[in-house]
Ligand binder design. Structure first.
Ligand code: PGA
Length: 244
């Protein structure tokens, strides 16, 4: 596990963006998972800036959606696909045809999740998975308890996730109670993983993630068993601050 501590969120965003840009340059058609959430937005702005300057061509990238709320259509303001489209696909010029959705509005979720996993398998797995860290250690919406074999599936959202997502939509009651998520087994099998963590409110869960017992109760703790992982945390999120 490579650990990088940055002075602040801006530096985290720059270093994270450079890492993602490096993967795109080395493999323009890489199969990548790029998440929603507040933490990755600074990286996406950095990447968009590089594209504007003509330094980055992401038009061949294959992006797999990490998670989506159940029953939410792409045009719903709460659609995680829509959030990615606005913050990433449009500014980076990633065509819709290159995006593998997790359709939260599919009638048969079991079939939709199986189809997603088949596309991941056909792609040879993920080249890069970028993840934020949930307040309860969730990765995507792999809510605790989730072990390392959990497949892509429909899940009930935990109270902690619903509370934490309320800031995205303005009210807890607007957060759907269920979601589909890429599975632990697909995510942990990636050739490279980047975990980005920002803010003092993530300090305790980051500590559990990198130094606590590996347990389904903290799904992110399984990252300790992955070899090619980089964690970028800003100083506020870094666990040693707990002792200051
Ligand atoms: P955040 O979300 O980046 O908005 O903190 C992370 C997550 O819950 O996965």
């Amino acid at each position: 596990m490579e650990l990088i501590v940055t002075d602040n969120y801006q530096a985290l965003s720059q270093i994270g963006a450079e890492m993602i840009a490096g993967v795109i340059r080395a493999q323009p058609d890489a199969a990548v998972v790029l998440p929603t959430g507040d933490t990755p937005m600074g990286m996406y702005r950095e990447l968009a800036e590089r594209k504007r300057r003509g330094e980055l061509d992401a038009s061949n990238l294959r992006v797999f959606q990490l998670d989506e709320y159940l029953g939410i259509t792409p045009d719903d303001p709460r659609s995680l696909y829509g959030w990615l489209a606005r913050s990433l696909f449009e500014p980076l010029g990633i065509p819709d045809a290159n995006v593998v959705r997790l359709p939260g509005d599919a009638e048969d979720q079991v079939a939709a999740c199986r189809a997603y996993d088949q596309v991941v398998e056909a792609a040879g797995g993920f080249d890069l998975v970028v993840l934020g860290l949930g307040p309860n250690g969730h990765l995507g919406f792999n809510e605790p308890p989730a072990d390392s074999h959990a497949p892509t599936r429909l899940v009930d959202l935990s109270e902690a996730s619903i509370e934490s997502s309320a800031r995205y939509w303005g009210d807890k009651n607007l957060v759907p109670c269920q979601a589909v998520t890429a599975g632990m087994v697909q995510l942990l099998g990636a050739r490279r993983i980047l975990l980005v963590v920002s803010g003092a409110h993530k300090r305790e869960i980051l500590h559990q993630t990198i130094a606590g017992p590996v347990t389904p109760n903290v799904p992110s703790s399984y990252l300790q068993r992955v070899s090619n992982i980089t964690v970028i945390a800003d100083r506020d999120a870094w666990p040693s601050k707990r002792d200051e």
